[in-house]
Design a protein around this ligand. Structure first.
Ligand code: ASP
Length: 302
């Protein structure tokens, strides 16, 4: 594994499996988490140039559970607002000698650029429309809590694929484990070239076709903040691409419904489905901490 974690694409199966296995050992027993001091004396800085609740909090909790110090900085209210460049901000933080910087940025490739300039390991917490590696790892952990293997699973990823870093990281991960991946969305949000991104990917505009026999359904938020065209009205989008109870009968009876959050009820998913027995949305949040503990341990313990 390189010094930080920039994406899923460069990782091999062994590296991914070792994080997923280790994350399992960090899952809470019943509801109690054990606090450890594996990373005592280490410091992680969260640097978020885009809004986030779950990812930022999840990294912070993961670091604290391992005994590390965690500091979170959001771009608004920081010197970035005063015109400081990305490199200067990161150099300033680097001079405080954190052991890792967890970074989210609206520009695809921003963490890769900084990783070339800074000695500190960088963990990508989402870069533009490119990757969100810990999301794909926590999604895989969530699936593997209910299935013996990812191999051969039919996974439907539905929604705004064009703007989704979650979709890209999941496609890379699932493809390495030979899942069948069906991408589904309206033509404007499903670029044809995504069929070539990795082996095992097919495209459809028909939600029913995507869901038929699915083992896993991953719903995506419509990323209004990244769309430059006029967006669909919520009701119109929901009619064609919203996941509703009636769709569930098309999937495998034990289908796992996932969503990276934040969810928009009535836009991409109905409340009945989001709150149903098949929904693993809160398991994903829970696994987010366990997976990030495994990632932080791997990067900070070296
Ligand atoms: N939280 C995810 C992300 O940061 C998904 C989303 O925002 O829709 O990409």
């Amino acid at each position: 594994m390189p010094r930080g974690l920039l994406g899923i694409e460069p990782l091999d199966r062994v590296e991914i499996e070792s994080i997923l296995d280790r994350a399992k050992s960090f899952q809470p027993q019943q509801t109690a988490y054990k606090k450890s001091d594996l990373l005592r004396g280490r410091m992680m800085v969260n640097l978020f140039f885009e809004a986030s609740t779950r990812t930022r909090t999840s990294f912070e909790i993961a670091a604290k559970r391992l005994g590390a110090d965690a500091i979170s900085i959001s771009a608004s209210g920081s010197s970035v607002d005063k015109g400081e460049s990305l490199v200067d901000t990161l150099n300033t933080l680097g001079a405080m000698h954190p052991d890792a910087i967890v970074m989210r940025h609206s520009a695809s490739g921003a963490p890769h650029f900084l990783a070339r300039h800074l000695p500190t390991p960088i963990i990508n917490a989402g870069d533009g429309t490119h990757e969100h590696p810990t999301q794909a790892l926590l999604d895989a952990r969530t699936i593997l809590d209910q299935r013996a293997s990812l191999e051969g699973l039919r996974v439907a990823i539905i929604g705004d694929i064009a703007h989704s870093r979650v979709a890209r990281s999941n496609i890379h991960l699932l493809s390495k484990f030979k899942s069948q991946i069906v991408l589904c969305g309206p033509a404007s949000l499903l670029p044809a070239e995504l069929a070539e991104i990795a082996p095992g990917v097919t495209l459809t505009h028909d939600i029913q076709e995507a869901i038929r026999d699915a083992d896993v359904i991953m719903m995506l938020r419509v990323q209004l903040e990244r769309q430059h065209e006029t967006a669909f009205a919520a009701s119109e989008y929901f009619q064609f691409y919203g996941l509703r109870l009636e769709h569930m009968e098309l999937a495998k009876p034990d289908v796992i419904v996932m969503h990276p959050g934040p969810i928009n009820r009535g836009r991409e998913i109905s409340s009945e489905v989001a709150d149903s027995q098949r929904s693993a949305i809160l398991n994903q949040v829970e696994n987010g901490i366990a997976v990030r503990m495994a990632v932080l341990e791997k990067i900070l313990c070296n």
